[in-house]
Write a protein that binds this ligand. Structure first.
Ligand SMILES: Cc1cc2nc3c(=O)[nH]c(=O)nc-3n(C[C@H](O)[C@H](O)[C@H](O)COP(=O)(O)OP(=O)(O)OC[C@H]3O[C@@H](n4cnc5c(N)ncnc54)[C@H](O)[C@@H]3O)c2cc1C
Length: 378
């Protein structure tokens, strides 16, 4: 079977690319994923879509994506609305160095038109009732950062809308790629084979393995991250989302009442270290959010970030391999960047030209030394 474009990986990145490509009629598009739609990190993410970032690139991708998500229901007509809640994000710095970074970030965000601002410890405590503000160096606040109440409905919405636009979904994995003149041959699981003029790999941390056969090196590593959830609680204890930047600790009470706590320093064997991580979370709660002191977190969920050396995604064509594209290395923020990345990739494939942002996100950037790392990854 032959297609114009094959998108490999049905996470939020691949789904957005397939949907954006399908806006132009007359093109045959196939979306492949042998594990299932949203089977990777896209079904683990709890729904955060913020615009407070520390590089122009991340701010621009996040702002465009946020605007898209504000119109998600009108544009995609999902059967279940993901319900974007503009709850606000407060980034709290306890150390002076952490606050200096927040100051730099807010200056950059404001230059990009994002209405974030710095707040002192007193105002931080007003914004987050129950926050212990003693010893806080300062904080950054943006009232319009948001959270999806039903994040999986974003995945479902993109999938349904892509199918409605004529995208074919195959529950097959890509096993190998081969270029034959103007076409790519894709060898799939189940001993099947298809061909496509253009192939987009939206395969997260699997991308390096898939490209090694072509001699292409992709600097993406797989790093585990853990989320801890309480059972739903019938009382609102915490509003809005709060991130403690020096501790890499974040907490949010979700729409169903459960409290989500993440300690992004958790590293190592989860079997052996789970209770230590739990203690660390309880310690941060006692010191900074005592209002949550009686909350327990019986559920621990493991997911993986696809991490690049500069914490920026790799998006664009692979030089020397005509018609082969990458969209991976989302570094823990793929949901909040997916609409912009989908549009950029689809437009570049349609027009045959790369806009400025894609040049900056190319795989080739790692060959030079002046990378611009994103500092606001949590
Ligand atoms: C704990 C945690 C919390 C997070 N919180 C947030 C958040 O609040 N907000 C946010 O924006 N982001 C968050 N993220 C990050 C976000 O989940 C990811 O960046 C995003 O889901 C990446 O989407 P993706 O489509 O690029 O990758 P994935 O969702 O991982 O999808 C990749 C897909 O490729 C498929 N695949 C792999 N190999 C093959 C193959 N050979 N053939 C076919 N298919 C293949 C996989 O099965 C998978 O479905 C979080 C991540 C984690 C782990």
């Amino acid at each position: 079977m032959g297609y114009d474009v094959a998108v490999v990986g049905a996470g939020v990145t691949g789904l957005s690319i397939a949907w954006h490509l399908a806006q132009e009629s007359g093109r045959s598009i196939v979306l492949l994923d042998g594990t299932g739609v949203g089977a990777g990190a896209s079904s683990i993410q709890p729904g955060g879509v913020r615009q407070q970032w520390g590089t122009e690139m991340s701010c621009r991708l996040a702002v465009e994506s946020f605007r898209f998500y504000q119109q998600f229901d009108e544009r995609l007509e999902p059967s279940v609305s993901p319900s974007l809640n503009e709850c606000g994000y407060l980034f709290v710095a306890e150390a002076a160095t952490g606050f200096q970074q927040l100051q730099r970030n807010v200056a950059l965000q404001n230059a990009e038109g994002i209405g974030s601002r710095l707040v002192d410890a007193e105002e931080a405590a007003e914004l987050v009732p129950g926050l212990s503000s003693e010893g806080i160096a300062g904080a950054a606040w943006h009232a319009r950062d948001g959270y999806f109440d039903r994040p999986l409905a974003v995945i479902g919405g993109f999938h349904q809308a892509a199918l409605a636009r004529g995208v074919t979904y195959l529950d097959r994995d890509l096993e190998a790629l081969q270029h034959n003149g103007s076409q790519w041959t894709l060898k799939l699981s189940g001993a099947e084979q298809i061909s496509a003029g253009t192939v987009v790999l939206a395969t997260s941390y699997e991308t390096p393995r898939l490209l090694s056969g072509l001699g292409v090196e992709v600097p993406i590593t797989k790093e585990p991250r853990y989320l801890f959830y309480s059972n739903p609680i019938n009382q609102r204890l915490l509003e809005p989302l709060v991130v403690f930047v020096d501790r890499h600790f974040a907490a949010k009470q979700l729409a169903d009442g459960s409290v989500l706590a993440s300690d992004l320093t958790a590293d190592g064997d989860p079997e052996a270290l789970r209770s230590e991580w739990y203690k660390h979370i309880k310690e941060s709660i006692r010191e900074r959010l005592p209002v949550l002191d009686l909350v327990s977190f019986p559920v621990m969920v493991e997911g993986f970030y696809d991490v690049t050396p500069d914490r920026q995604p790799i998006v664009g064509p692979v030089t020397g391999h005509d018609g082969l594209w990458l969209a991976a290395g989302l570094n823990g923020r793929g949901l909040m960047m997916a609409p912009a990345i989908g549009r950029l990739v689809a437009e570049a494939i349609s027009s045959g030209t790369l806009g400025e942002p894609l040049g900056e996100l190319s795989l080739e950037r790692f060959a030079v030394s002046d990378l611009t790392p994103e500092p606001q990854v949590v």
